[in-house]
Design a protein around this ligand. Structure first.
Ligand code: CTP
Ligand code: MG
Length: 214
């Protein structure tokens, strides 16, 4: 079947404070261009949700749709714009996407219908209250969820329709699919897939380009 990469890139990048985040450059290449370049060779089409009034930079092998007010709405608009059998959703804000991770994710979704990249939590976890450590949280079964995430398109459409009907908001698509009661396979991710969110992440990303682009 056909596979489409859906890239939500319509956020305003408030926490980073450098304007629309997908257009911010590290090592001279925008976060968006890096995500598109990583995915285009591995899928049949790439769709990008952009902030209203913004155009796709020239030369990117992708098709643009206008994003929504939330990430969830942006993904819903991307979903409505493709007829692919499988969709792979990836945040533009995660510019360092190893091809091997995409390969493992696509194998998993072919077997199960729903899969997300995630990293086993490495740090000790505690619950804090009023700035005090009050309780240890065992980390054995805990994963930090990343993107890309991949689904049979019909399944993700159903998950978004139910979320809309119930007024549910989630920070990721696999969360919406899990709410349907559908099992989501966890595919081991990569530390380099961190999301560029705050100014400190930009320094990390800038440093990583020197290895990544070499
Ligand atoms: N996103 C989107 N449409 C929105 C909001 C977010 O397509 N209405 C996208 C962002 O462009 C990003 C991804 O969803 O690629 C993850 O969002 P986040 O890291 O929160 O980015 P921003 O919303 O841009 O940042 P902030 O929350 O700091 O404003
Ligand atoms: Mg946001």
């Amino acid at each position: 079947g056909r596979t489409a990469a859906l890239i939500p890139a319509a956020g305003s990048g408030t926490r980073l404070g450098r304007g629309p985040k997908a257009f911010v450059e590290v090592g001279g290449i925008s976060l968006l261009a890096r995500s598109v370049a990583a995915l285009a060779p591995l899928v049949d089409e790439v769709l990008v949700a952009l902030p209203a009034g913004m155009d796709l930079p020239p030369g990117l092998p992708a098709r643009a749709v206008e994003g929504g007010d939330t990430r969830q709405q942006s993904v819903a608009r991307l979903l409505a714009a493709t007829g692919a059998d499988v969709v792979l959703v990836h945040d533009a804000a995660r510019p360092f996407l190893p091809g091997a991770v995409v390969g493992a994710l696509l194998e998993a979704v072919a077997e199960t219908g729903a899969a997300t990249v995630a990293l086993p939590v490495a740090d000790t976890l505690v619950r804090g209250e009023g700035g005090l450590r009050v309780e240890d949280v065992p980390r054995e079964d805990l994963w930090a969820v990343q993107t890309p995430q991949a689904f049979r398109r019909e399944l993700l459409l159903r998950a978004h329709a139910q979320a809309r009907a119930q007024g549910v908001a989630a920070t990721d698509d696999a969360g919406l699919v899990a709410r349907l009661g559908f099992p989501v396979r966890l595919v081991p991710g990569d530390a380099r897939l961190f999301k560029v969110t705050a100014p400190g992440d930009l320094a990390l990303a800038e440093a990583l380009t020197r290895v990544w682009d070499a």
